[in-house]
Design a protein around this ligand. Structure first.
Ligand code: HEC
Ligand code: HEC
Length: 207
């Protein structure tokens, strides 16, 4: 092959590679812009950086990424079907591409945790005991055995610390009544009374 041809080929390859990397840059810029727009939509309800100002909307900040992914997929395929999930999240999640879900989960998991909110001291003490020791007489294992001693969660087990108490109570009720399908949790809390749920929710919001 003549040197001129080699040069032409090499040059051609470089231009080609340049075009590919430019296209990749453009695609990742578009991805970034799309992620930003999506996160702005989430912030309308879940607050800036996943720190929600209303107990109807759960805090997402510092939540476990695996748990967040699982929930977004469950809203998208309509398997998490409690009334508020249907009303608020099915439509939102239907807009999310499979590629974007892990990026959203990663973003929220890296935000600083939500602040603790103090509540009734007697209720908090009762809730702490349920969380750390369970209720042996009712066959309820310690919540800490899955959610961790500080309720920070791990993988599929959600963080509960600093979550809004009314949201936690609502979830315990919909899981107990099987409006939200969560088989492991359902077995654990099936005999928990509403007062016990209120106590453990108040404790969790306070840490
Ligand atoms: C119109 C209000 C609204 C918008 C916008 C919204 N959400 Fe939600 N989201 C909710 C409500 C309400 C719940 C609680 C549903 C329930 O009670 O089961 C929720 C629950 C969730 C949960 C479950 C949290 C947990 O602890 O189990 C995740 C994850 C979530 N939303 C992510 C998102 C993401 C990501 C976006 C943006 C793409 C978004 N949400 C936009 C209202 C909203
Ligand atoms: C055997 C393990 C296990 C034990 C013990 C356990 N949990 Fe859970 N919990 C889970 C799993 C797994 C999920 C996530 C379910 C899902 O993906 O929908 C969960 C979810 C939850 C949620 C929903 C959180 C959210 O953000 O929507 C609450 C609230 C909760 N647990 C509270 C408790 C309390 C209170 C106790 C103790 C009485 C407890 N859990 C004990 C495994 C456990």
């Amino acid at each position: 092959m003549k040197l001129r041809h080699v040069l032409t080929l090499t040059l051609g390859a470089c231009v080609g590679l340049g075009a590919i990397s430019q296209a990749q840059d453009l695609a990742s810029k578009q991805d970034q812009a799309e992620l930003k727009t999506t996160l702005n939509n989430c912030a309308v309800c879940h607050g800036l950086h996943g720190h929600s100002g209303s107990p109807t909307f759960p805090n997402l900040a510092a939540q476990q990424p695996v748990y967040l992914e699982n929930q977004l997929k469950a809203f998208k395929n309509e398997t998490r079907g409690d009334p508020d999930a249907q009303a608020y999240m099915w439509g939102m999640a239907s807009q999310l591409s499979d590629a974007m879900i892990p990026q959203i989960a990663e973003y929220f998991s890296k935000q600083p945790p939500p602040p603790a909110v103090t509540g009734d001291a007697a209720l908090i003490a009762k809730g702490r005991k349920i969380f750390t020791e369970g209720l042996p007489s009712q066959g309820v294992p310690p919540c800490a055995s899955c959610h961790g001693p500080q309720a920070a969660g791990r993988d599929m087990f959600p963080r509960l610390a600093g979550q809004h108490a009314p949201y936690l109570l609502k979830q315990l009720l919909v899981i107990q009544s099987v409006l939200r399908t969560a088989p492991v949790m359902h077995g654990v809390i099936k005999d928990l009374t509403r007062d016990q749920m209120q106590a453990v929710a108040t404790y969790l919001a306070s840490i």
